[in-house]
Unconditional design. Structure first.
Length: 173
């Protein structure tokens, strides 16, 4: 009887492992498909002189030259953005610049309402159609990690967990 029970335990372990591997492969393939039209990793972007107005009225550069930057593009009407934007707080701002850029909003008040609902106190930039086109934004949220030389290190589209963001930070910085 013990031999049968041990064989069942071993079979269950192998089935679970197979299921996890298959699920991981599906998630990886889906991620590749979703990001197929985004900027390529290792490509360069040119945003040196591009200044954006923040929600607070201050004008600032999109990318600072001192360290790696994560650019989080969102739309205030996006439900997935509402769920994921809080995960950015788990990143270490000493190691990575975190930039939040609103796109596809009808008026600034819509972005302010979103910021208030999410209890965001950090700077939010007001993006435009040119920036959306430059970064090939096709949906929200879209993430890019860019180095000091404006080279794309990583990209993602859709919901990202706090753990997923931390892993991207570790592997790109």
């Amino acid at each position: 009887m013990n031999k049968i029970f041990n064989n069942l335990k071993q079979i269950n372990w192998h089935i679970w492992l197979t299921d996890v591997i298959v699920l991981g492969a599906i998630v990886f393939a889906l991620s590749l498909w979703q990001t197929r039209n985004m900027l390529d990793v290792d490509s360069s972007i040119s945003v040196d002189k591009q200044l954006l107005m923040g929600l607070d009225g201050q004008i600032s550069a999109l990318i600072k030259p001192d360290k790696v930057t994560l650019i989080y593009f969102f739309a205030p009407w996006c439900q997935v953005c509402s769920l994921s934007i809080g995960n950015l707080t788990y990143l270490d701002p000493e190691k990575i610049n975190i930039v939040r850029v609103a796109l596809d909003y009808s008026h600034v008040g819509e972005v302010q309402d979103f910021a208030n609902e999410q209890n965001l106190t950090s700077q939010i930039f007001l993006g435009n159609a040119r920036l959306k086109q430059q970064f090939k934004i096709q949906g929200y949220p879209t993430y890019y990690i860019v180095d000091e030389h404006q080279k794309v290190l990583a990209k993602a589209y859709g919901y990202s967990t706090a753990l997923g963001l931390k892993l991207r930070q570790i592997f790109s910085g």
